[in-house]
Design a protein around this ligand. Structure first.
Ligand SMILES: Nc1nc2c(ncn2[C@@H]2O[C@H](COP(=O)(O)OP(=O)(O)OP(=O)(O)O)[C@@H](O)[C@H]2O)c(=O)[nH]1
Length: 322
């Protein structure tokens, strides 16, 4: 039975016959013992064998999956991913070991119809296991949990613990990507540096815990003052903050700096008054890359830093811009 079925031409063997044959083959029995979701497909993506893990991942019983094509589970409006999968099957047929795993989004057919991210790794089966019809062994790995964990870790790695703003690392990455984007579009890019004045005196007078609370309040205020989703506020250093404003001309950046300074003054008057009755103030430097004024990110940041120190040396509690 085995030899005659295998030697039969695929076109004269119905899918049901093939499936029933494969269902009882030693390979089909073996894949049920592997602790991965596995489907065996032909070169068009039609499923020939499915193990129990794959059946629960795809949300249909093994028998229901018989008439299904793996490609029909893939979310792919443009059809590009499906072509890529077919190409991977072709590649796997040529060189099984050089087909890298790829990621797709699948819709589960269970009641929830949930979309899940899955990594598929394809290998071709040797001829003695697949008859004249090329078969491919696909391992499907659910990446949903892994992706959620990765996103949470990434968020943590990019966030300043105390203020909840972006940290310096995220600031650098974002500035770098926005520099490239704005330069290629010929649009302006502004940076505002903000440094709290005499913060050491505040810490000395009220202690570090009150100092931390103050930094947190300023972080909240900055976060609420951002004009749009492209704007990024970050904690740049100990008592220093920075704002990246893509597509923002110098005048608009200056107006935003003035507004933030006014809001900070109101916050300070309510919460952060020093013993000498002096309020906590900030100094700011605002620099804008317009008409290729600066050669690179470093010179833009240096300009903002120089302007900030100008504000400090002129007596603090002020904004300097070009
Ligand atoms: N509470 C608290 N204080 C911090 C933190 N990071 C930095 N600082 C304090 O910020 C102060 C910065 O002091 P300086 O660099 O002398 O600056 P300044 O006193 O603000 O004076 P100018 O910047 O010259 O106006 C130091 O006392 C630091 O301990 C923090 O996370 N929490």
């Amino acid at each position: 039975m085995r030899t005659s079925m295998l030697s039969k031409n695929k076109s004269t063997t119905s899918h049901l016959e093939l499936f029933n044959f494969y269902k009882d083959s030693s390979l089909a029995r073996m894949i049920n013992f592997i602790n991965e979701a596995i489907v065996v497909v032909d070169s068009n993506g039609t499923m020939e064998m499915v193990n129990t893990n794959a059946s629960s991942l795809l949300g249909l019983s093994r028998d229901e999956l018989l008439s299904e094509n793996l490609l029909n589970f893939i979310n792919d409006e443009t059809g590009q991913i499906q072509s890529h999968v077919i190409q991977c099957l072709d590649n796997a047929a040529q060189n099984a070991l050089e087909t890298p795993p790829f990621e797709v989004s699948l819709t589960q057919r269970s009641q929830s119809h949930r979309d899940i991210s899955v990594e598929i790794s394809v290998s071709s089966l040797p001829e003695e296991l697949s008859s004249s019809n090329s078969l491919f062994f696909c391992i499907l790995r659910d990446l949903t949990l892994h992706k959620a964990e990765y996103a949470a870790l990434k968020r943590k790695a990019e966030t300043d613990f105390l203020t909840g703003l972006a940290n310096r690392h995220k600031f650098s990455d974002y500035l770098s990507s926005q520099w490239t984007k704005c330069s290629s579009e010929g649009s302006p890019l502004s940076v505002i540096l903000i440094d709290i004045d005499h913060f050491k005196a505040f810490n000395d007078e009220y202690g570090h815990i009150a100092g931390d609370r103050c930094l947190k309040r300023i972080g909240e205020l900055l976060s609420l003052s951002m004009p749009n989703r492209d704007t990024l506020a970050a904690r740049y250093g100990g008592e220093e903050f920075a704002i990246i404003l893509p597509n923002c001309a110098s005048q608009t950046a200056q107006l935003l700096a003035i507004r933030i300074k006014r809001h900070l003054a109101q916050l300070s008057a309510r919460h952060f008054v020093l013993a000498s009755n002096k309020k906590l103030t900030v100094s700011m430097g605002v620099a804008t890359n317009e008409n290729q004024r600066y050669e690179n990110i470093t010179s833009l940041l240096q300009a903002a830093d120089t302007l900030l120190y100008q504000a400090k040396s002129r007596g603090r509690d002020q904004i300097c811009f070009l």
